[in-house]
Design a protein around this ligand. Structure first.
Ligand code: NI
Ligand code: MN
Length: 237
């Protein structure tokens, strides 16, 4: 595994991850927790949250953000339109940004990158525009770089993500139906030229049928690739 130099990454199920940096700051990516069927009960009580990174406004990523932000008062990173919506909902400390931009979030350097998907926010039953969906490159202290792809299909510009950011670990959706499945994710891995992959966004709902085993099969010719199948609640350190 990659040397995380004192940081810890915990999978909360679906597309939700927690990163704890050496200064003990706690950052969540897409913290869908309350109704997340994959999230272990013992992780549902959150003690601390210093930052949230939002990939897009769909409920399986975003449903808990307002409540968590009000409670824990983290900084919230999202694309500008979503940041604006959050602000109107009384969420303070928004750090709205756009793709290609980088900002410091505690000890992390966070770059927003492209994702090809849709993006809307459930605004009390009305569907409103949330700006474009995104992914993130997160650079940990010590320079290990993580790519959280958000919800996306495979796209050719993943090659640019590889060229510019050279991620060490990629969290990729593989469930299919709403995102890429194993066949497409295998191509994404080639484009990203990444050696460590954490599959996500599979098995949560019956339609998300892609499996890590199918991804292994699709990538069996790729020397040196490590697919880390994280169980919800599991931590990489
Ligand atoms: Ni989505
Ligand atoms: Mn999703």
């Amino acid at each position: 595994m990659v040397n995380l130099q004192g940081s810890k990454i915990t999978f909360f199920g679906h597309a939700a991850f927690r990163i704890i940096t050496p200064d003990e700051s706690v950052t969540f990516i897409d913290p869908w927790i309350k109704e997340n069927p994959q999230c272990p009960e013992n992780l549902k009580t959150i003690e601390r949250m210093d930052a949230i990174l939002v990939t897009h406004g769909h409920s399986d990523h975003f449903a808990d953000v307002v409540e968590l932000a009000r409670k824990h008062k983290p900084v919230v990173v999202s694309i500008n339109e979503t940041a604006h919506w959050l602000e109107n909902r009384g969420v303070k400390h928004n750090m709205g940004m756009g793709k290609g931009g980088t900002q410091k979030v505690g000890q992390l350097e966070v770059t927003m990158v492209h994702a090809v998907h849709s993006n809307s926010i459930d605004d009390d039953g009305k569907m409103v525009y949330g700006g474009e969906p995104a992914g993130y490159i997160v650079q940990l202290p010590g320079r290990a770089r993580i790519y959280h792809a958000g919800d996306t299909c495979v796209f050719g510009d993943m090659k640019l993500i590889a060229e510019i950011y050279t991620p060490d670990i990629a969290m990729l959706p593989i469930g299919g139906h709403y995102t890429m499945g194993p066949r497409e994710a295998a191509v994404a891995i080639r484009l990203l030229n990444v050696k460590h992959v954490i599959p996500m966004h599979y098995g949560t709902f019956p339609v998300l049928t892609g499996t890590p085993e199918a991804l292994r099969e699709e990538t069996k010719d790729m020397a040196g690739l490590e697919i880390h199948i994280m169980k919800p609640g599991e931590t990489l350190a």
